[in-house]
Design a protein around this ligand. Structure first.
Ligand code: SF4
Ligand code: SF4
Length: 445
């Protein structure tokens, strides 16, 4: 990995015209659809039945395993269906429009680290910057080794998205409380809030609220992509590098998204688990781009309607930013826990690009923040012998690829490099799992 020589060098258009707009809470949708796999681990398991009445904040699906996360009702109403949703199921709740709070929603009793981690676990909060890794599991690293430094990620480096920016401006009190909680229970000593320089209001607000706290440093960062990526932020904010296979926590550092931190503090104060979130609605098909607070599970169509509609025929719908986001086929797709933006492009701006043969210009390699070689991944994926393909991809450190899309963005031949990288990572993961299972079996004989 060549991180020190080559880091976050892409200058993308910021397109953050919603940065100065206060977030607005939408009225509740007629129904929400809550998938059981809104986090990175194993799917949650429904504990409610069709026809059951639920209230906001009520537990409706329990976590299943360590990296799973519970799911809570985000509107009050009736469970209409538990239906197939991709590889899992989703709970559909018909709203009664009352948004009645569940009586069980009370601030958690927390006196020590165990109770603190359990409370965060119960809150259903996951990494809200997009990773969706359960927050409690990240904090749990403190049981293995001290977490001296907490790096708070307010970089928000993707074009269009400004929801973390709004969190820092509108909910700075919660960020202060979140820092106090981590000081108290994780015994962390140093807090660095990394924010791109294109968010001067957020930088000013963080400087204001932490003016008297010497443990907190507000670190303005260059507005370059992918400044918010784990490895890039770590290096630019602390000068540290996490090597292949190395855990970040082994350096005594964890990185927490700024909105995750604020939501955690809110839960400790109110007992309300993760049931809504602020997202940026943007894109060339959106009539009035805005920051909106929406119940999780709300269909995009309702959000668009609440925000003033579309100005033209939609062509492409993306959850997240244009670089790392995920396309969705239907305007009825529900918002999930980690959705920080909904971008809708016009048909005109959504025409598929035609890729041509690689001209070996090397721009993809030169622009990879981690110094990886996407052309080597692409070549490896053409090797028929699976053992050999695995060995080459492993040697080229494909699993380090953070799917930032910088290589695809700069490629003059418009090669779908990031898609190939994702395929290559899936292949390595699957092959490694098969190898491990085989070794385990042989070890048992
Ligand atoms: S997506 Fe491309 S640029 Fe980004 S880390 Fe992976 S190989 Fe590097
Ligand atoms: S940037 Fe595109 S054309 Fe240039 S070497 Fe990489 S894949 Fe080939």
């Amino acid at each position: 990995m060549n991180l020190k020589k080559n880091i976050s060098i892409l200058k993308l258009p910021h397109l953050k015209k919603t940065a100065g707009m206060n977030s607005v809470r939408i009225s509740p949708p007629k129904e929400v659809l809550l998938p059981m796999n809104m986090h990175s681990g194993q799917a949650a398991v429904p504990i409610v039945a069709e026809g059951e009445h639920v209230r906001v904040g009520q537990l409706i699906a329990r976590e299943e395993g360590r990296n799973s996360s519970p799911v809570h009702a985000t509107v009050s109403g009736v469970v209409k269906a538990i239906e197939p949703f991709g590889p899992t199921v989703a709970i559909r709740i018909e709203s009664d429009g009352k948004m009645e709070k569940d009586p069980g929603v009370v601030p958690p009793e927390v006196h020590d680290l165990d109770e603190f981690l359990q409370a965060v676990r119960d809150s259903g909060i996951v990494g809200l910057g997009g990773a969706a890794f359960p927050l409690w599991a990240k904090l749990d690293a403190v049981r293995r080794s001290p977490i001296k430094t907490v790096l708070i990620n307010g970089a928000e480096c993707e074009p269009f998205i400004t929801s973390d920016n709004r969190t820092m401006i509108e909910h700075s009190d919660l960020i202060v409380k979140g820092v106090a909680l981590l000081k108290k229970y994780l015994l962390s000593e140093e807090f660095i809030i990394g924010i791109e320089r294109n968010k001067p209001d957020a930088i000013a607000e963080m400087n204001r609220v932490f003016a008297d706290d010497p443990s907190v440093t507000v670190k303005p960062l260059k507005s370059v992509y992918p400044q918010g990526a784990k490895q890039v932020l770590l290096y630019n904010a602390t000068g540290k590098v996490v090597g292949p296979g190395q855990r970040l926590a082994s350096l005594g550092v964890i990185i927490i998204n700024v909105t995750s931190l604020a939501k955690m503090a809110e839960f400790m104060e109110t007992g309300m688990p993760l049931v809504d979130k602020c997202l940026t609605l943007e894109g060339s098909a959106v009539k009035e781009p805005k920051n909106l607070v929406v119940p999780i599970g709300t269909p995009v169509s309702h959000i668009v309607e609440q925000a003033g509609g579309l100005c033209c025929e939609p062509g492409k719908l993306i959850f997240g930013g244009p670089m790392m986001g995920h396309t969705r086929e239907s305007m009825d797709s529900p918002i999930i826990k980690a959705t920080n933006a909904v971008i809708i492009f016009s048909e005109k701006d959504s025409q598929p690009v035609k890729s041509t043969a690689c001209i070996h210009c090397g721009r993809c390699v030169a622009n990879c923040p981690l110094g990886l070689n996407p052309t080597a991944f692409a070549r490896a994926m053409e090797i028929d012998d699976q053992e050999e393909r695995y060995a080459v991809l492993d040697k080229e450190n494909v699993m380090l690829c953070m799917e930032c899309g910088s290589c695809s963005y700069v490629c003059p031949a418009r090669r779908p490099l990031v898609d190939t990288n994702k395929d290559a990572k899936r292949f390595v993961k699957k092959t490694k799992a098969a190898k491990d299972a085989m070794e385990k079996k042989e070890g048992g004989n």
